[in-house]
Ligand binder design. Structure first.
Ligand code: ADP
Length: 434
C-alpha cells in the first residue's frame, strides 16, 4: 500500500491512475465535500508514499472561502490538529501563479525566496508548521484554466519526489478538478433550489393572503349590496308614490328633481343587482357539457327585440361543445353580445359575429363593427366600475366586463380585446379543456 510510484514504470502508474479514477469517483457519492477532500489527501499520500499531504479548494480564487485538509503519517501525528489555513502567500503562490507543478528538494525549498519561515505559521496553540523535507505540488484547474486548488506532498518515505510522482499527482489533480466541478454544480444547484423554494414559499403566502383578502372583499360586497337592497327599494317605492300622488302639486322644477331621484335610484338598483350577481359567480358551480351553439342561440332569442330595434345582425359560426359552468357561460356571452350591440356606431347597423377556434381548449371571439376602444383603455375596461362614457351617451354600470373576466378565470382562461377605434372590437376569451 505504501509502495512508491517512483519505482514503477509508466504503464504501472497509468493502471494505478485508472484505479484511482474509480476510487475518486466513488468518493463523490454520499460524502461531505470536506470528507472527499480528506480522502484525496489520504489517497495521494499513501499511493506515492509520503508522510504529509494537503488538498485545498479555493473557490473563485477566494482564500476566505478556501476549504483545506491534510493527511499525516504517524511520524507527524501531533500535527493532526494543526489548522492554519493557507493565505495564498508564500511558496503556494508559485503553484497558483505558474499554473503548473512545482517539485523541490528540501534544500531547494528552504532556499527559495518565496518560502516563509515556519515560525510565521503558528496555529492558535503555538504549534509551528511541520518541517518540509522536500515538496511536490500540483495545481487543480477548472475547464477554463482557472486555478481553484492545490495538491501538495512533502517528506517522501524514501528519497526525493521524482517525475513519476509528479505525473501521478497531475493525474490526481485532473480527477480532483472533476470533483471540484461537481462541487460547483452541487453548490449552484443547492443555491438555486434554495432560492426557488424561498420564492415559492413567498408566492404561496402572497397567493393565500390575496385569496383571503379577495374572499373578505367579496363577502363585504355581497353583504353590503344585500343590505342596500331594502332601503333602496323603499326609496324607489316612495319616489314612485311621490310621482303618482304629488306630481300635480309640484312645480316643473320639483318634478324634474323627483325624476332625478327616480333615475338615480333605478341606476343604483341596477348597480346593486350587478354586484350581487358578480358576488354569486362560482357559487354552486357545476361543470357540465355545454353545446355552445345552442347556448348562444338561446341568448340571441332573449335579445331578439333589442337586436331588431337597432337593425342589428348576430351571426353564429360553428361553435364547439365544451365542459363549462353553463349558467356563467351564458352570462358571459350575453354580456359580450349586449356590449357589442350597445357600443355600436351611429353610421352603420351593428353586426356581431361569434366564432371559436381550437387552441389548447377553445378560443372564442365576439367581433363587432362598433365604436371600438382606444388602445390605452383596453386593459382598464375589465376593472369593475371602469367605464369610458357617461350615462347619457351609453348607459351601464361598468360591472359587465369585470363579470366576464371573473367567469373566464373561473374556467382557468383569459379574456382580452383587440380593437381599432371607429372600426370595431373583437373580444377573445379562451376556455381550456376541463
Ligand atoms: P358597461 O357596459 O356597463 O359600461 P362593461 O364592464 O360591460 O360596463 O364595459 C366597460 C366599458 O368597456 C364600457 O363602458 C365601454 O366603454 C367599453 N366597452 C365594452 N364593450 C365594448 C365594445 N364591444 N365596444 C366598445 N367599447 C366597449
Amino acid at each position: 500500500m505504501f509502495s512508491s510510484l517512483g519505482t514503477s514504470d509508466s504503464r504501472e502508474s497509468k493502471a494505478k491512475l485508472v484505479l484511482n479514477i474509480n476510487t475518486t469517483l466513488s468518493l463523490a457519492h454520499d460524502k461531505s465535500f470536506a470528507d472527499v477532500l480528506h480522502d484525496i489527501a489520504q489517497e495521494i499520500r499513501t499511493s506515492i508514499g509520503a508522510h504529509q499531504s494537503a488538498v485545498s479548494f479555493i473557490p473563485d480564487g477566494d482564500f476566505q472561502r478556501a476549504v483545506h485538509t491534510h493527511s499525516f503519517s504517524s511520524k507527524y501525528e501531533k500535527y493532526n490538529s494543526y489548522d492554519v489555513m493557507p493565505t495564498g502567500k508564500g511558496i503556494w503562490r508559485l503553484v497558483i501563479d505558474q499554473r503548473k507543478s512545482v517539485r523541490f528538494t528540501e534544500e531547494e525549498l528552504y532556499s527559495h525566496p518565496m518560502f516563509k519561515r515556519f515560525s510565521e505559521l503558528k496555529d492558535a496553540r503555538g504549534l509551528e508548521h511541520p518541517p518540509m523535507p522536500g515538496w511536490l505540488a500540483s495545481p487543480v484547474k477548472r475547464p477554463n484554466g482557472e486555478v481553484v486548488g492545490v495538491l501538495q506532498l512533502s517528506d517522501r518515505f524514501e528519497g526525493d519526489f521524482d517525475e513519476h510522482d509528479q505525473e501521478y499527482l497531475e493525474g490526481m489533480a485532473k480527477l480532483t478538478s472533476i470533483i471540484f466541478e461537481l462541487q460547483y454544480v452541487n453548490h449552484d444547484l443547492a443555491e438555486k433550489t434554495k432560492q426557488a423554494e424561498l420564492a415559492e414559499r413567498k408566492l404561496r403566502r402572497a397567493v393565500s393572503s390575496l385569496q383571503r383578502q379577495n374572499q373578505e372583499i367579496e363577502q363585504f360586497v355581497y353583504v353590503a349590496s344585500h343590505d342596500l337592497q331594502e332601503p333602496l327599494r323603499t326609496i324607489i317605492d316612495l319616489s314612485e308614490k311621490l310621482k303618482k300622488d304629488y306630481a300635480d302639486t309640484l312645480d316643473a322644477k320639483g318634478n324634474k328633481l323627483l325624476s332625478f331621484v327616480s333615475d338615480s335610484s333605478n341606476r343604483m338598483r341596477n348597480l346593486v343587482k350587478g354586484l350581487l350577481e358578480y358576488g354569486r359567480i362560482g357559487k354552486n358551480k357545476q361543470l357540465k357539457s355545454v353545446d355552445c351553439i345552442k347556448l348562444v342561440k338561446a341568448v340571441k332569442k332573449d335579445m331578439k327585440t333589442s337586436i331588431e330595434e337597432v337593425d342589428g345582425e348576430l351571426i353564429i359560426n360553428d361553435l364547439p361543445i365544451i365542459n363549462a359552468y353553463e349558467t356563467e357561460l351564458r352570462v358571459l356571452f350575453q354580456n359580450l353580445i349586449a356590449n357589442a350591440i350597445k357600443f355600436r356606431r351611429k353610421d352603420v347597423p351593428p353586426r356581431v359575429v361569434v366564432s371559436a377556434k381550437p387552441n389548447n381548449g377553445w378560443t372564442f371571439s365576439i367581433e363587432d363593427n362598433g365604436i371600438g376602444i382606444d388602445k390605452q383603455y383596453q386593459d382598464q375596461i375589465f376593472v369593475i366600475f371602469q367605464r369610458l362614457y357617461n350615462q347619457s351617451e351609453y348607459p351601464g354600470t361598468g360591472i359587465g366586463l369585470s363579470h366576464c373576466k371573473k367567469i373566464v378565470e373561473l374556467h382557468g382562461g383569459n379574456i382580452w380585446v383587440e380593437s381599432t377605434p371607429n372600426e370595431g372590437s373583437t373580444f377573445f376569451f379562451n376556455i381550456p379543456n376541463l
